[in-house]
Design a protein around this ligand. Structure first.
Ligand code: HEM
Length: 509
């Protein structure tokens, strides 16, 4: 923030000029048309608008402002018009009723790194290329049939997680659960995609290193960037794009070699069966490239993997870590979850994905974790690109960045009783699901841009959480008491636990 303020000082003169031009233009426009009003909001300061009102924990600042200005609110961030939605009813309008109008993505300047915005399924507008990428991703990775085929892959990575914890248990040492969760998530993805575990449990520093690269991407992509708020700033004055370029390069290093190796193997072997020997996502996507090049090419495939590793690893691993943290902070909940597992699966026995239907309490633990700790607190911002849109009696002007504050909704006492408490029981009496149809609970978003990784996360997470607590009793490091556990949050484009959870896995009593 200090840096932001200093940079703002330098820019003051030229900004003032642009502000005057813009204000006079919008004044003459408003005189001409009789439109519905824009959503309410606080009075903006000259030039910076409301930038000063968004703290580091921007999702909280927005939720607080919504208490005064309501569930649909306008802010000015520099020259950018920003609309924040903070109620289930309004979220339904944006994500379901007017889904198409609001399905464009607002592209942060940072994402010009490696030109990723031109290729990324996360950033592309809802047009032919985006559709073909979603189709390819679904048919190669996330459809029910593909997830059935790769079940053994997730089983193996969860076994690797348990072995990793066991080695700590034998030494009576604490596991860093952020490292363990990251390794499991990334290996589950890379082994489904190119039949390779890229994280070696014996090389903990390299797991830590890649975890930090992913987290730095979330920080840079979510950090306030003057170039986003003042459109005439054409260069990367804060160095965000440069740093993001380096981080993307690090992730691309994981991707390029396996693709090159596989292409060489396929070229030398020939024959459809041998070509598709691995029957993994890479084989399937390379076949699409061969047979339907209009649907996919190599660059889009590489960048799709980049998206998947970035979008999938932090979100899923931080959910696993939060679930374990909440269970350790709430010993009664831990006890109930363990009892259910002992009853249904058997104490210490491995859990299969098909067991999860018979583990309703474990499912409630996962939903409650995602309610209290949605990893993407304001979804991925949308852009109203084409024209003004009417929404609930207001005009949302063309060019607005629109966010849905799912964190705000899931912490709102008007929507949830006792919203700050971790109470999986609240889901025992309700049909609420996380699939994007219940607008009180939107950790994966909703509508046509709903998270495509949802089915993967819903398969991996309950088995991973259940396996960890059905195989060990967990004690916080250094005799820390549950009530002393630090639950502070670190903020980027995603949220995660500020202090990595450290706990000792003990043999089950
Ligand atoms: C607990 C785990 C996860 C959570 C909570 C989560 C959450 C989200 C959210 C909130 C969005 C934005 C939706 C919107 O704007 O309406 C999103 C988009 C996306 N997610 Fe996830 N995600 C998770 C796991 C994954 C995984 C495992 C993958 C892939 C391996 C993935 C890939 C993506 C992609 C590619 C998009 C962009 C979709 C588009 O714009 O068309 N996510 N995710």
């Amino acid at each position: 923030m200090d840096y932001l303020i200093t940079s703002l000082g330098f820019l003051f003169g030229s900004i003032l000029l642009h502000a005057l031009v813009t204000i006079s233009r919008s004044f003459s426009k408003n005189k001409k048309s009789k439109k519905l009003p824009n959503p309410p909001g606080p009075t903006p300061l000259p030039i910076i608008g409301h930038l000063h009102l968004l703290g580091e924990h921007y999702h909280k600042s927005l939720a607080d402002l919504a208490k005064t200005y309501g569930p649909i609110m306008t802010l000015k961030l520099g020259f950018l018009n920003y609309v924040a939605i903070t109620s289930p009813a309004m979220a339904k309008q944006v994500l379901q009723k007017k889904d198409l109008e609001f399905s464009g993505k607002w592209v942060a300047k940072a994402l010009h790194a490696h030109d990723q915005y031109k290729y990324s399924v996360v950033m592309l507008p809802v047009e032919a290329r985006w559709r073909s990428l979603r189709r390819s991703m679904n048919s190669a990775i996330f459809s029910g049939a593909r997830l059935d085929v790769t079940e053994h892959v997730r089983e193996n990575t969860i076994q690797e997680l348990l072995d990793y914890c066991k080695s700590y248990s034998l030494r009576n040492e604490a596991v860093d659960l952020s490292v363990a969760a990251f390794m499991t998530t990334l290996n589950s993805l890379t082994s489904a995609i190119f039949s390779k575990n890229v994280m070696d449990p014996n090389l903990e520093s390299s797991i830590r290193d890649m975890r930090d690269v992913m987290w730095n991407i979330a920080i840079e992509a979510g950090a306030p960037n003057l170039a986003d708020y003042f459109h005439f700033i054409k260069f990367d004055i804060q160095g965000v794009t440069r740093r993001l370029t380096n981080h993307f390069s690090r992730v691309l290093e994981l991707i390029i070699d396996p693709i090159d190796e596989r292409i060489q193997q396929r070229d030398s072997k020939g024959g459809i069966e041998k070509k598709n020997k691995y029957n993994d996502a890479l084989d399937l996507l390379l076949s699409i490239i061969d047979e339907n090049p209009q649907d996919l090419d190599r660059t889009h495939m590489e960048r799709l993997f980049l998206d998947l590793f970035i979008a999938g690893s932090d979100t899923t691993s931080s959910t696993l870590e939060w679930a374990m943290a909440e269970l350790m902070k709430n010993p009664e909940t831990m006890k109930l979850a363990k009892e259910e597992l002992a009853r249904v699966v058997g104490k210490g026995k491995p859990i299969k994905e098909r067991d999860v239907d018979n583990l309703p309490y474990l499912q409630c633990v996962l939903k409650e974790t995602l309610r209290l700790h949605p990893p993407v607190p304001t979804l991925i911002p949308r852009l109203l690109k084409e024209r003004d849109v009417e929404l609930c009696g207001y005009t949302i002007p063309k060019g607005s960045k629109v966010i849905v504050n799912v964190w705000g909704i899931s912490h709102d006492p008007n929507v949830w009783k006792d919203p700050l408490a971790f109470k999986p029981e609240r889901f025992q009496e309700s049909d609420l699901e996380v699939r994007g149809l219940d607008f009180e609970l939107l950790p994966f978003g909703s509508g046509r841009r709903i998270c495509p990784g949802l089915p993967f996360a819903r398969r991996l997470l309950p088995v991973a959480i259940g396996s960890m607590i059905n195989s060990f009793d967990w004690e916080l490091e250094d005799g820390m008491k549950p009530e002393e556990l630090d639950m502070e949050v670190k903020v980027g484009l995603t949220l995660k636990k500020a202090q990595a959870l450290r706990a000792v896995p003990k043999p089950m009593s």
